[in-house]
Design a protein around this ligand. Structure first.
Ligand code: FAD
Length: 471
């Protein structure tokens, strides 16, 4: 049939993966079309993920810190929350970022087509616009960046008081009592925001600990610091029924451990379901292009991000864990460059993870718990922030920085930081791992004093058994 648009490169989805792929493709000289169902670019991350959550977490951190200032001789009044204004500010942050992307797409002559895209052949995609019209796009190569969607619990009814992360970020109302189902990063970030704004919060988690993937010693620091933030943290507990009643949302629990009695059913005025995300691979008619999709909806790719169909690539949340924006962006560049004939491969050694809670928890490379469970012999250098002049001066010395080294070569293979700004600090450890640095390299690198970042150099010196002189 005829095509309305012809292009060298079609990118499906305009999240961090998709817009990065489209921009790099255009920069490499390909006539590029970017298909996105929503009116703004940026996908989950910019519109309903990373960025709005951090705008709210910033506000929460300032409010919490202000509340501690009385101990230092400065008192503020009780915070007055204007939810409409706060929402407005968050929307402004998002608008600034998505608007910036639109400008960058225009400057590169990326043709943004709004609508839902479905493959109709290995070289054609049909896009259904919001106005009902349809366009066919013929492409030479394509990059699938269709992202992921929230997982719903089948027994949870539709009710405005029951939200997912997108609903929670909308800040429609401020609950008195809130339940967060799922003790992962997204659930705990939103719990941090809502508790600071005045909600009393319970967290329920099926596993035996919060923030799976992070070392338990770091999570313990976070949990101790947040003891007063939560009413109840119910571990090894399953949510088995959710009923929408006039007087509240009634939630029933079951203990995963038969010897433990489950908590009594509770009434909440808001319930956040944050039990994970699933890939969108099954929603794009990939079979029409011959692209294989796994049962769970992921698309398998090689190190150049090529699917089983060599001229069609896939990147980001839709290709697998970890579902993180910086992973999507890195893969986007690999795919676009490979499509342009360059020899790019995904060969990152490590991908950092960050929980932007208070304190933050960040880790990269192999974790201590993972090494223990796999019987891998590592050695560790740990620097407690109680010995960091900057952390003490900040009134936040509960954290630590830990580095993990190969027992033979003393090369760094992993690291974790719990404390304020941990997420901003972890990049140095990622770089050290990528560069194959050893403990001496890190310990002898002069870090500025007094900073939280120097805790990384000091952790290496602790490992080397060198006396660290600076407080
Ligand atoms: P997405 O961002 O999901 O984008 C996919 C895009 O494709 C969407 O815009 C979608 O509308 C579009 N699309 C899909 N199918 C079609 C179709 N058929 N036709 C047209 N358009 C289509 N990650 C971090 O690294 N740091 C964080 O701090 C962080 N915080 C988060 C907080 C929350 C609350 C959530 C939910 C996620 C967070 N994430 C964070 C995860 C991050 O948002 C994702 O990893 C990232 O957005 C993945 O990018 P992507 O390009 O693969 O897909």
């Amino acid at each position: 049939g005829t095509s309305d648009i012809e292009c060298d490169m079609l990118v499906l989805g305009a999240g961090p993966g998709g817009y990065s792929a489209a921009f790099r493709s255009a920069d490499l000289g390909m006539a590029t079309v970017l298909v996105e169902r929503y009116p703004t670019l940026g996908g989950v991350c910019l519109n309903v993920g990373c960025i709005p959550s951090k705008a709210l977490l910033h506000v929460a951190a300032v409010v919490d810190e202000a509340a501690t200032m009385a101990e230092h001789g400065i008192s503020f009044g009780k915070p007055q929350v204007d939810l409409d204004k706060l929402r407005g500010w968050k929307d402004k942050v998002v608008g600034k970022m998505t608007g910036g992307l639109a400008g960058m797409a225009k400057a590169r002559k990326v043709n943004v087509v709004q609508g839902v895209g479905q493959f109709v052949s290995p070289n054609h995609m049909e896009v259904a616009s919001p106005d009902g019209s349809k366009k066919t796009i013929r492409f030479k190569q394509a990059i699938i960046a269709a992202g992921s969607s929230v997982v719903n619990l089948p027994f949870v009814p539709q009710d405005p008081r029951i939200v997912d992360s997108t609903g929670a970020l909308e800040l429609r109302s401020m609950p008195k009592r809130m339940l967060v189902i799922g003790g992962g990063i997204i659930g705990l970030e939103m719990a941090t925001v809502y508790s600071t704004l005045g909600a009393r919060i319970d967290v329920v988690e099926m596993m035996d600990g919060l923030m799976q993937g992070a070392d338990r010693d770091m999570v313990r620091v976070w949990q101790k610091f947040n003891e007063k933030r939560f009413d109840k943290i119910m571990l090894k507990t399953k949510t088995v029924a959710v009923e929408a009643l006039a007087e509240g949302i009634k939630v029933s629990f079951e203990s995963a451990d038969p010897s433990v009695t489950a908590p009594e059913p509770q009434l909440y005025d808001m319930v956040l379901v944050a039990v994970g995300r699933s890939p969108n691979g099954k929603k794009i008619a990939a079979d029409k292009a011959g692209v294989a999709v796994t049962d769970r909806g992921f698309i398998d790719v090689d190190t150049q991000m090529r699917t089983n169909v060599p001229h069609i690539f896939a990147i980001g949340d839709v290709v697998g864990q970890p579902m993180l924006a910086h992973k999507a962006v890195h893969e986007a560049h690999v795919a676009a460059e490979a499509a342009a004939g360059e020899k790019s491969h995904f060969d990152a050694r490590v991908i950092p993870s960050v929980a932007y809670t208070d304190p933050e928890i960040a880790w990269v490379g192999i974790t201590e718990d993972e090494a223990k469970s796999k019987g891998i012999k590592l050695e560790k250098g740990l620097f407690p922030w109680g010995a960091s002049g900057r952390a003490v001066a900040n009134g936040r010395d509960e954290g630590f920085t830990k580095l993990l080294f190969d027992a033979e070569t003393h090369r760094i293979v992993g690291g974790g930081i719990v404390g304020t700004h941990a997420g901003d600090l972890i990049g140095e450890i990622a770089l050290a791992i990528e560069m194959g640095a050893d403990a001496v390299d890190i310990g002898k690198t002069i870090h500025p004093h007094p900073t939280l970042g120097e805790s990384i150099g000091m952790a290496a010196e602790v490992f080397e058994g060198v006396c660290t002189d600076l407080p």
